[in-house]
Design a protein around this ligand. Structure first.
Ligand code: PMP
Length: 759
């Protein structure tokens, strides 16, 4: 700030001789407070440019209009000696505005009364501004204008926290899908566009004025509301209630349409994302030149914005929509009745298609680790291992829709997506696993893996684990003891003992373990020369999240290979980094299988399955009939698969699973110390099981089912499994974080306390 120059301008152009000039902190323009000139005044100065000249002319025009209608509520332009609105001198624009006194709304206690006053104030402002002609503002395209939110996507990579980045991109995607389709229905008007609570002044009980018109634009009218709401919702425990208070008062002054109120949820999120992208960009662009004060100023809303964004995604958009509708007097629509939905379903489907929970949930949408039902509830998903990257992950969703709009064909043509995906996926496997087959489900992958094993060895018989599950095709079911206990149905399947205790716990490293391994080795030896191979999961999923005894896989692999068979690792549930320490389950035991079966998280919900094997096995298979799958390896699926791998890498999901998994195991073990019902906590990363027993120490299926249903009633999704159905399964989407862990463990603790299982 060049004080001498400022004093010269003040004297020459305004005839002012202030006693004191104090610098006020601003984002990009110079702002100083002048005192000793009668009423205090604000001087703003900006580098001169043609666009700035035009901009200031528009701002001055709007301030004049407001001065006519709302005396003392908004800054007024203090004219120069010759009656001009501003001064151009020394390559700088100077402009003086009246100073408005009051407390910042940001620092006031935001009672419902004050929020009502704020809503009414903004409504009155809108009533006036709606009559103002846009002039040249109509063609401006600011990055701070919510209708141009997507301009901020270019700054996404500047956001440091990678999972925040995904969350922001999720809301960019929702903006495209949920807001942009309505853009021609949303009213447009001149808006202030920055009614953040540091620009709003109040006198304790009432909002008195609004300052800083530096972001005015001609935009969707509702954006005025969205911006104002965004800032008052920060730091609130119950943001929706605060929003309703504001909206009710705004609507009474300036009625909103239902369409406007319906897009508000995504506009508030949009403003948060814009603010986070802009602050990240400003910090990055400034590099080391930012002063600590400037950085504090930029961060002033960054931390609360980040916090509100994480709070916001926990709110079911339907709940927000209904709250906003209710505030503007639109009746809430009756939700579809669960009973009707269930009746309709039973008309079309066999009861073989089961539903989860005592009272099934009608789901509507989902985001990252949260799921939203049709009644406005939000569930924490601690169960769906398929959505590894998170529900509706923007990178995966975009890969799907962009691919479908460009090219979808099959492997009989050449296209990059197939080879690119194969290269990226196979790079995650040790040699000699270097050949890939792509199919559309874990079951189809198992089926193909069995064919490969049988083709390569010329034998049929497979060794499997008791309680294993590998797929729903005829061949998959035949090797899945979990679904079929009558072994005589499947003459080609040799079933070993259950690799856990009779009550569903792990065997540990002792004598029981040795006996189990011995039993498997005996089986192989007694069928030597007839076995095509062995298929197993490294941690059994359907078997109750059960890690196999440490030596089982290495020893059985050795014995199977000795007698000419192949070893198949089913990584459908545990693969792709969920285990934290390892990308693949077989790495737990330092093994390399001959064939690997992939599925579930491979497409983050899109149906992709795969088989990875050695060149020798793949080549032997090629001597048989052509292998063709209409959909396996299509370009859209490949692009989705690649997006999943990119997300795992970019967001460090495996490392995140390791870190969060450690916290989860620690908290659950802590609970085990307080509840006798918990007999074992096991697993790795975010693939965890909690075994439950009753008072007599017997496997407690009813207790596990009660816990699972009670958690669901508290809006947390888990499931039960294991041979005795007494294991609670926890295998959430990987964005699941430490806060979610703590919520889950707190609720488990409360439920077990209520059922009286404490020590
Ligand atoms: N293998 C394992 C270990 C599984 O858990 C499953 C599915 N639960 C499958 C294979 C079959 O996969 P999909 O349901 O995709 O066919």
């Amino acid at each position: 700030m060049d004080l001498k120059r400022i004093r010269d301008v003040l004297k020459t152009h305004y005839g002012l001789k202030p006693i004191a000039i104090r610098c006020l902190q601003g984002y990009e323009v110079g702002t100083v407070l002048l005192s000793g000139t009668g009423d205090p005044l604000i001087l703003k100065y900006y580098p001169r440019s043609d666009s700035r000249t035009q901009w200031l002319a528009e701002e001055n025009r709007i301030l004049q209009h407001l001065a006519l209608n709302h005396k003392g509520r908004f800054p007024e332009v203090y004219p120069t000696l010759d009656g001009s609105m501003d001064v151009h001198a020394n390559g700088t624009h100077y402009r003086i505005l009246t100073f408005l006194d009051g407390d910042f709304l940001a620092e006031a206690s935001q009672t419902p009364g004050l929020l009502t006053s704020f809503g009414a104030f903004m409504g009155r402002l809108s009533k006036t501004l709606v009559k103002v002609k846009p002039g040249t503002l109509a063609s401006a395209e600011s990055e701070w204008d919510l209708q141009h939110l997507l301009k901020n996507r270019q700054f996404l990579t500047r956001v440091k926290d990678k999972r925040d980045r995904a969350l922001i991109d999720y809301f960019f995607l929702q903006f495209e899908r949920e807001v942009l389709p309505y853009r021609y229905h949303l009213r447009k008007a001149v808006i202030h566009n920055d009614a953040n609570d540091w620009n709003v002044l109040c006198d304790g009980r009432e909002v008195s004025s609004l300052i800083d018109f530096g972001d005015i634009c001609y935009s969707w009218q509702i954006n005025e509301v969205a911006v104002a709401l965004t800032y008052i919702l920060m730091g609130k425990d119950d943001p929706l209630s605060a929003a309703e208070v504001f909206l009710r008062a705004y609507h009474a002054e300036f009625p909103l349409t239902q369409e406007e109120s319906d897009v508000l949820y995504y506009l508030v999120a949009g403003r948060l994302c814009m603010s986070l992208c802009q602050s990240a960009q400003t910090i990055e662009a400034a590099g080391t030149s930012l002063t600590p004060e400037q950085e504090t100023y930029i961060n002033i809303s960054k931390v609360p914005a980040q916090k509100l964004l994480h709070q916001w995604i926990r709110i079911n958009p339907l709940k927000a929509r209904n709250a906003f509708r209710s505030a503007i007097g639109v009746p809430e629509p009756a939700p579809g009745l669960r009973k009707d939905l269930m009746e309709r379903r039973s008309r079309f489907f066999s009861p073989a298609l089961s539903l989860s929970y005592n009272t099934p949930i009608a789901m509507q949408r989902a985001a990252m680790q949260y799921m939203y039902d049709v009644s406005g509830n939000t569930y924490l998903d601690a169960y769906n291992n398929i959505m590894l990257a998170g529900h509706s992950h923007p990178k995966v969703a975009r890969a799907a829709s962009e691919g479908m709009a460009r090219l979808n064909t099959n492997t009989r043509y050449l296209y990059n997506a197939l080879d690119e995906y194969a290269e990226q996926l196979l790079a995650l496997f040790p040699e000699p696993l270097n050949k890939l087959f792509l199919v559309n489900s874990g079951s189809a992958a198992t089926d193909l893996a069995l064919r490969l094993a049988r083709y390569g060895t010329g034998r049929r018989k497979m060794l499997v684990l008791s309680q294993g599950y590998h797929g729903n095709t005829s061949a998959g079911i035949a090797v899945s003891h979990y679904k079929h206990v009558k072994k005589d149905l499947f003459p080609d399947t040799l079933i070993g003992p259950f690799p856990g205790t009779a009550d569903g716990n792990t065997l540990g490293g002792g004598e029981q373990s040795r006996r189990c391994i011995r039993a498997y080795l005996d089986l192989v030896q007694s069928h030597a020369g007839t076995l095509a191979g062995f298929i197993a999961e490294p941690i059994m999923g359907c078997g109750g999240q059960l890690p196999l005894p440490e030596g089982l896989l290495p020893e059985v692999y050795g014995e199977i290979r000795k007698q000419g068979g192949v070893c198949i690792s089913d990584e459908v549930q545990v693969g792709f980094g969920r285990l934290g320490k390892w990308t693949w389950g077989f790495q737990m035991r330092g093994l390399v299988p001959d064939i690997v079966v992939l599925g579930k998280p491979m497409g983050n919900g899109h149906p992709i399955g795969g088989v990875v094997t050695t060149a020798a096995i793949a080549d032997a298979f090629a001597e048989g009939p052509e292998f063709f799958s209409s959909f396996g390896g299509n370009p859209v699926s490949c692009a989705i698969g690649k997006a999943v791998l990119d997300v795992i890498e970019e967001e460090g999901l495996r490392e995140h699973a390791e870190k969060t998994g450690r916290i989860l195991l620690r908290e659950l073990e802590n609970l085990q110390g307080h509840h006798t019902a918990i007999t074992e906590v096991r697993g790795s990363g975010l693939f965890v099981g909690l075994a439950l027993a009753d008072r007599e120490g017997k496997p407690d299926a009813a207790g596990a089912s009660h816990l699972c249903n009670a958690l669901k009633d508290r809006r947390i999704l888990t499931s039960t499994d294991g041979p005795m159905n007494n294991v609670l399964k926890i295998k959430p989407p990987l964005p699941f974080d430490a806060l979610n862990t703590s919520q889950l463990c707190t609720e488990i603790d409360r439920i077990l306390k209520q059922t009286g299982s404490s020590c």
